[in-house]
Each structure stands twice: as structure tokens, then as C-alpha cells.
Design a protein around this ligand. Structure first.
Ligand code: IDP
Ligand code: MG
Length: 140
């Protein structure tokens, strides 16, 4: 079964919209196979986002991602990587399609509420980063 790693980012947890985002996931009939809340250190955030280490926004990004707790989830289902990215919307909320999570709740290109894996290679790294096999529901 295809998986994707989803994150409800610190801005969303701080604003108290975790429930609304999980509700949306349920309304879309996506399957949540694992879920927990963690607070990353800056170093951990840097390891998670290592692909962006040379970008100019890297330091701000890891500062933001370690600024408070996040909710991490494994989503599972056919085509879930693209499906979840479509429901999230484009990286920049201002450019995201009407009705997407980032369009509805996003503040700016950095504080864009949610994360989703972008490929099966990144899923492997990202799921292993946060979860052991034991923590992911059987069959997902
Ligand atoms: P994605 O989350 O849509 O996959 P990426 O390009 O992988 O977008 O960027 C990772 C995260 O880095 C974004 O979700 C956003 O929080 C932040 N980010 C991306 N581009 C910028 C930027 O130009 N300025 C500030 N932050 C950015
Ligand atoms: Mg990305």
C-alpha cells in the first residue's frame, strides 16, 4: 500500500486548527495509519529537511519547524502521495487552489500549515524518520 508522511506544522498547532485539518483528512476518506505529536529540535528539523540545506530559506525553515510541537501522520492508500499534495495545495498559499488546506489556512510561503511527501523515495526516508514499523498500523 502506498504511504505518505503528513505533518501538521507548528503554526497550525499553535493556532488550534489541528482538529479542522484532521476532520478534512477524514472527510476526504484518507486512511491515517499512524499519528503522534513531537517537538523537533533545530538539529532534527535540519536532518528532516536536509534536501533544502543549500536554500536561502533553510535556516528560517528549521527555526520555524522547531518552534513548537507538530503532529506527524502516516497516510495510506492508492495514489496517496499525489492525493494528499492536491488536498494541501501549492507551497505558497497565495498560489494554492481555492479550497485547498494551504489556501484556506496558510499564512505565507513558510507558514503553510501542512507538509506532504513528494515522492516514494522521500516517503521512505520521512516515514522512517518519525516512525518505527511497529507504530504504523498493519497492512498500511
Ligand atoms: P512543499 O512543502 O510544498 O513540498 P518545499 O519546496 O519542499 O515545499 O519546501 C519545504 C518547506 O519550506 C515549505 O513547505 C515551506 O514551509 C518552506 N519554504 C519553501 N519555499 C520557501 C520560500 O521561498 N521562503 C520561505 N519558506 C519556504
Ligand atoms: Mg517538499
Amino acid at each position: 500500500m502506498e504511504r505518505s508522511l503528513a505533518i501538521i506544522k507548528p503554526d497550525a498547532v499553535e493556532r488550534g486548527i489541528v482538529g479542522r485539518i484532521i476532520s478534512r483528512i477524514e472527510k476526504e476518506k484518507l486512511k491515517i495509519s499512524a499519528m503522534k505529536m513531537v517537538h523537533l529540535t533545530k538539529g532534527e528539523a535540519g536532518r528532516f529537511y536536509y534536501v533544502h540545506k543549500d536554500k536561502i530559506f533553510f535556516n528560517d525553515l528549521i527555526e520555524y519547524m522547531s518552534s513548537g510541537p507538530i503532529v506527524v501522520m502516516v497516510l495510506a492508500g492508492e495514489g496517496i502521495i499525489n492525493k494528499w499534495r492536491q488536498i494541501m495545495g501549492a507551497t505558497d498559499p497565495a498560489k494554492a487552489e481555492e479550497g485547498t488546506i494551504r489556501r484556506i489556512y496558510g499564512t505565507d510561503i513558510q507558514r503553510n500549515v501542512v507538509h506532504g511527501s513528494d515522492s516514494s523515495e522521500s516517503v521512505k526516508f520521512e516515514v522512517n524518520f518519525f516512525f518505527s514499523e511497529l507504530e504504523v498500523e498493519n497492512g498500511a
